[in-house]
Write a protein that binds this ligand. Structure first.
Ligand code: ZN
Length: 234
């Protein structure tokens, strides 16, 4: 948490559910280009796992860099790396774009500590339910096997990253995801009309599909990537 804002955006399971939905709906032409489901699902967690690349929260924090960067620039670089990973990352972008305004609007109304995290947790429950996704995490050994392809992709964006640093992030990511899995919620905390978010979810799915196709075609369309990962409501 920094300045009262957490940076763990729409929850782990929401990102995963959206990525799985898009994968299921893709035409064979695109689906066949995603050769690693694990790398695709890891990509769907986007820059979130790099907030712990180093445990300092300065502006040089890798997670912050990957959320602040222009998506156009980011994806032009990521398409030079692993295609499955870049495609998953595109779903992360779409989700962050569509849902951050909603999360922040809710947070502004509530003001209680941990509101953001709890709301996202509720959101995860709603989205998994809506998209018919079971909440699972990537097994530790599968995650570690992603080290090199992730390094290969992220080093194209941020040259200073190291293989050891990426491996450390993946290990920390496993620990975090395991806690999220064990503390996942089965009922809503807030009395909020989650159904009213269905149009936002539909927009996120549509944008994610377009973004994934662009990435797999290696054609970063300006309109599709004109959004932002973060939204501060200002
Ligand atoms: Zn994010």
């Amino acid at each position: 948490m920094q300045n009262g804002k957490t940076y763990s955006m729409p929850d782990y399971f929401s990102h995963r559910a959206l990525a799985l939905k898009v994968l299921k709906d893709l035409d064979y032409k695109y689906k066949s280009k995603i050769s690693s489901r694990t790398l695709y699902l890891l990509g769907a967690q986007g820059g979130d796992l790099f907030y712990t690349y180093k445990l300092s929260f300065t502006k040089n924090n890798l997670g912050k860099i990957l959320h602040a960067i222009s998506p156009l620039i980011l994806f032009e670089k990521l398409i030079g790396g692993n295609p499955s990973y870049a495609a998953g990352f595109a779903t992360h972008y779409a989700f962050d774009c569509a849902f951050h305004p909603v999360v922040y609007a809710f947070e502004r109304k509530k003001r209680a500590p941990l509101t953001h995290f709890s709301f996202e947790n509720d959101l995860g429950l709603f989205i998994c339910d809506k998209l018919n996704a079971t909440r699972r995490i990537i097994p530790f050994n599968d995650l570690l096997k992603c080290t090199f392809p992730v390094y290969d992709s992220i080093s194209k964006v941020e040259k200073s990253v190291t293989v050891e640093g990426i491996e450390r992030s993946l290990k920390r990511h496993y620990t975090t995801s395991d806690v999220l899995f064990r503390t996942r919620r089965f009922s809503y905390k807030y009395d909020f009309d989650y159904e009213s978010l269905t149009p936002v979810l539909n927009d996120a799915v549509a944008l994610a599909k377009s973004a994934v196709c662009c990435v797999l075609d290696k054609d970063i369309n300006e309109k599709v990537f004109s959004g932002k990962f973060l939204y501060y409501g200002e």
